[in-house]
Design a protein around this ligand. Structure first.
Ligand SMILES: [Zn+2]
Length: 458
């Protein structure tokens, strides 16, 4: 009998707790939808600062801005962590055209890939070989490729629910296309932009030459999906057509930059760190509102919303605005290195780097025991339709923090439109919906509240 009473008391305590959680999460929702500063912050970051590629003046302006904004938000301490970042500059607008016969040309929407070398100042002009894979390159061999431009035209796979999966299946041609094509004597590569939509925006992104010596590096550019369709169709009619590409981008020596870090010490478990973050750098064509301005402002706003909801963290909460996610991950590496050196205990890390769209939930990297605990919180998110709780990746900037017993998480917004904007000139503030951005703040703040309250692995 006594045992039963104890169980009853325990159960009602559990109930009380979950009733409490429901109420606090409702409060977080109310505050996120009416008192969030995220949209206003993003307006400034996007429209007053703009695109902020690592090593640029804008990236440094963003660092100053981030530090200043975090200083206003009630953290105990805000500081900069020094890193060296690559500096690649696009130069004047790139130019490309298709010449079907002397005097008949079509202009092509084009942009250099990040890290690419320039063409000679007059450009490169050559026949085009279209392929969809590295295997095709190998089959064609040097005979058919030498002296030509390789056109990688593998589209993103439409029948994947997560467009990040489609991206993952096609991104290799952008990242490694040039170093593969040069093996067979190609003089340049053009890539079909990684977008599921047919439009005129070329999408940039990082590429690498691996260990190639400078003399072996060939220019690499992306053309819009519409231009890719057109080029492919024209090649069917006239395989001898010529393509002209001109770009003047340049790689400089590494320069100094910073991660921006803010921390509020936990009142009960100060040594347990819960990290929230996004990346401060962006590509240069747009203003990086979705990638990753959204994640940055959501992270900055999180403590503000917790404060307004009357919750005081028991554990240490750290916001990290990482530098150089796009073309080097130097900020993430440095942060992980220093954390390891100082034996910091990150029990949980959450990154928002999948756009400012309506959140669907989270993906987690976790051991079984911790995941069982977290999955129980899913029902609290159901009334808000944010209850996708699955195992999977977290975020590029935090993945190096993984241990056997911590949990890493990524905010998972609806991904259907993300690649319409990703790394392109239309990733701008007008592509952001205020409510959707704020729902992301709500989702992140609620999850952090639960992690802070219940801890991980204890
Ligand atoms: Zn990103």
């Amino acid at each position: 009998m006594k045992k039963h009473i104890i169980i009853l008391i325990f159960l009602s305590f559990l109930n009380l707790n979950s009733q409490d959680d429901k109420e606090i999460i409702k409060r977080i929702f109310d505050n996120s939808m009416s008192k969030s500063k995220s949209y206003e912050l993003l307006d400034h970051l996007s429209n007053e600062i703009g695109g902020r590629l690592s090593g640029s003046l804008n990236a440094e302006r963003a660092v100053k801005w981030g530090k200043n904004e975090l200083s206003k938000t009630g953290f105990d301490r805000v500081w900069l962590q020094e890193i060296m970042v690559p500096k690649w500059v696009r130069g004047p607008k790139e130019f490309a055209l298709i010449e079907t016969q002397p005097g008949t040309t079509f202009n092509v929407d084009v942009c250099a890939l990040g890290g690419s070398v320039a063409t000679p100042s007059v450009g490169i002009k050559a026949q085009v070989v279209e392929v969809k894979s590295f295997d095709e390159l190998k089959e064609l061999g040097k005979d058919k490729i030498d002296g030509k431009i390789i056109f990688f035209n593998k589209p993103m796979k439409p029948n994947e629910v997560s467009t990040f999966n489609s991206y993952g299946l096609a991104v290799n041609q952008r990242v490694n296309g040039a170093q593969e094509a040069v093996k067979y004597g190609a003089i340049g590569v053009i890539i079909r932009s990684l977008s599921l939509r047919l439009d005129d925006f070329p999408h940039t992104g990082v590429m690498t030459y691996g260990d190639l010596p400078p003399s072996k590096k060939i220019p690499a550019a992306a053309i819009s999906t519409n231009a890719s369709e057109k080029l492919s169709n024209l090649l069917k009619i006239n395989p001898d057509l010529k393509f002209l590409l001109r770009q003047q981008c340049k790689q400089f020596d590494d320069v100094k930059s910073h991660n921006v870090i803010a921390e509020i010490k936990g009142s009960v478990y100060p040594d347990e760190i819960i990290l929230v973050g996004g990346h401060l750098d962006s590509w240069d064509l747009g203003d990086g509102s979705h990638d990753d301005g959204a994640g940055v402002v959501q992270s900055i706003d999180l403590l503000n919303i917790l404060n307004k909801s009357g919750y005081k963290p028991k554990r240490t909460i750290r916001v990290v605005l990482f530098m150089n996610e796009e073309n080097g991950l130097r900020g993430a590496s440095k942060y992980a290195e220093i954390s390891k050196k100082n034996s910091l205990n990150h029990i949980f890390a959450l990154e928002s780097d999948a756009g400012g769209f309506s959140p669907r939930g989270f993906s987690f990297t976790s051991n079984d025991e911790n995941f069982e605990k977290i999955i129980k919180w899913k029902n609290l998110f159901k009334p808000y339709l944010i209850h996708y709780f699955e195992r999977g990746g977290s975020g590029a900037d935090i993945s190096a923090l993984q241990t056997n017993d911590n949990v890493l998480a990524g905010l998972r917004p609806d991904s259907q439109r993300y690649f319409d904007f990703h790394h392109a000139a239309n990733d701008t503030f007008d592509a952001i919906n205020k409510r959707e951005l704020e729902l992301g703040v709500f989702a992140m703040t609620s999850l952090i509240y639960l992690v802070d309250k219940y801890g991980i692995n204890n």
